[in-house]
Design a protein around this ligand. Structure first.
Ligand SMILES: Cc1cc2nc3c(=O)[nH]c(=O)nc-3n(C[C@H](O)[C@H](O)[C@H](O)COP(=O)(O)OP(=O)(O)OC[C@H]3O[C@@H](n4cnc5c(N)ncnc54)[C@H](O)[C@@H]3O)c2cc1C
Length: 399
């Protein structure tokens, strides 16, 4: 991990002097990396259940005021740059991609609230800055890549919106205290029918169910949310009715960079594991790295990881501009392809060992495959890039 930290230092001189950095790195080294393979969660009675090591990690992060880094200073948080958050995501990717996704989801729930009223920000953000986890719930059985198909009903009845329906594959299920939920307030399908609400985990009629086990990312609880006549106070509508999809898609642009960062950190971790292995493993009287084919593959991997990080840093320079949506999609598309490719090649280069479940490389590869789906699949990123290209270039005169 030290080399990765040095790489970040070269991009951002003085980064290591920031208050939280050394403590964060120490928590990853001392508590997160050693427990990576055993930290598995399950959902029981509406709650994500963890082994005791989880409590130590969360307490250490709270003590280090880590949660504050995700909320603005006016609401109990701390000022950090987008680049700093990006570095943290890469380090999470290196140490525990699933834990990184927990914080990506938490951060997106905060971003949704930033589109809310002053009262909502004052009520919820300080809680999240102190350690109440958030989650963001869009996906449903019939609304995956096409978020505009969201059908969870939110019908206005007096001072409430009554929720009926379900969400699936929701990160932080049973861990979050606050859920940003995309719901349908019009009863007809379409982007202008959707609104976003903030929902507390103890809402009447709200239950969280476990889903079948995932291949990887086992620290990340990913469950199903069910609402049965659940009365959500009307004051919990974030922004205006009908604007939920716009708000959610804006928030996801930012999430893409964070997922891309996790991909780069994870790809770097896999590269490190492979590099060490290939040096010490001898066949035909030589280390594997003395084969030109293998050393070329490793060089190629490292180059592509740096190229993926380059695209992420490029996108970070465009935050707030009209290029950001496209560049964050490009970064996520490329970084997730790189990590999946690096993982697949590393498994092969580790020989038969790489195929066994108890091997770290196998677990990291399963995490890498999960990166395809988060914040939109590769095809969805290509769709976004295509639409943005059309918006930018179809009217431009050549010459
Ligand atoms: C570990 C994990 C965590 C997740 N966390 C969350 C979360 O916190 N909140 C949340 O809301 N969701 C979450 N999701 C859901 C995730 O966002 C969806 O899985 C993803 O958006 C894809 O939707 P889908 O699974 O329904 O696939 P589908 O939309 O059914 O797509 C299936 C395949 O078809 C392709 N496809 C679909 N439409 C087109 C098209 N028009 N052209 C070309 N190809 C197309 C897709 O790329 C994909 O390969 C999570 C998923 C996973 C695996």
């Amino acid at each position: 991990m030290d080399n990765l930290v040095n790489i970040f230092d070269s991009f951002y001189p003085g980064w290591r002097e920031r208050r939280y950095v050394n403590r964060f790195i120490a928590i990853l080294k001392e508590l997160v990396i050693p427990t990576y393979s055993i930290l598995e969660t399950r959902i029981e009675n509406h709650k994500a259940i963890y082994p005791k090591e989880w409590g130590q990690i969360v307490s250490a992060l709270k003590e280090a005021h880590f949660f504050k880094l995700f909320a603005p200073p006016e609401y109990g948080g701390e000022k950090v740059s987008e680049q700093e958050i990006y570095f943290m995501m890469e380090l999470f990717g290196y140490a525990s991609p699933g834990l990184g996704i927990i914080f990506v989801s938490h951060g997106r729930a905060i971003d949704i609230l930033l589109g809310g009223s002053e009262q909502q920000k004052k009520e919820y953000l300080p809680r999240m800055a102190e350690g109440d986890f958030g989650a963001i719930a869009i996906t449903e059985e019939k609304a995956g890549s096409d978020a505009s198909a969201v059908g969870l009903r939110a019908d206005r009845v007096g001072p409430h919106y009554v929720f009926n329906g379900q969400k699936i594959f929701i990160s932080n299920s049973g861990l979050a205290r606050l859920y940003a939920i995309l719901a349908n307030t019009k009863g007809v399908q379409g982007p202008r029918s959707l609104s976003v609400f903030i929902v507390e985990d103890d809402l009447p009629g709200f239950t969280i169910n476990e889903l079948p086990k995932k291949d990887g990312l086992s620290v990340l609880p990913t469950g199903q949310l069910i609402f049965k006549d659940s009365p959500v106070p009307a004051k919990n509508l974030v922004g205006n009715e009908g604007m939920g999809l716009v708000l959610t898609l804006d928030v996801i642009d930012r999430g893409r960079i964070h997922i891309a960062g996790i991909c780069c950190g994870l790809a770097y971790r896999i590269f490190r594991e492979l590099y060490q292995y290939a040096h010490q493993r001898r066949q035909f009287d030589h280390p594997l790295t003395s084969s030109q084919d293998i050393s070329f593959q490793i060089s190629d991997m490292f180059t592509r990881i740096n190229a993926a990080r380059g695209l992420c840093l490029h996108a970070l320079k465009q935050v707030g501009t009209s290029y950001y949506r496209m560049s964050s999609s490009q970064a996520k598309l490329f970084a997730s392809q790189v990590v999946m490719d690096v993982a697949a090649r590393a498994q092969v280069l580790m020989g038969g060992r790489g195929y066994f479940r108890n091997e770290l490389i196998n677990q990291l590869s399963a995490d890498a495959r999960g990166m395809e789906y988060l914040e939109g699949t590769s095809n969805i990123q290509k769709m976004i890039i295509g639409r943005e290209l059309f918006r930018m270039y179809h009217k431009e005169k050549v010459g």
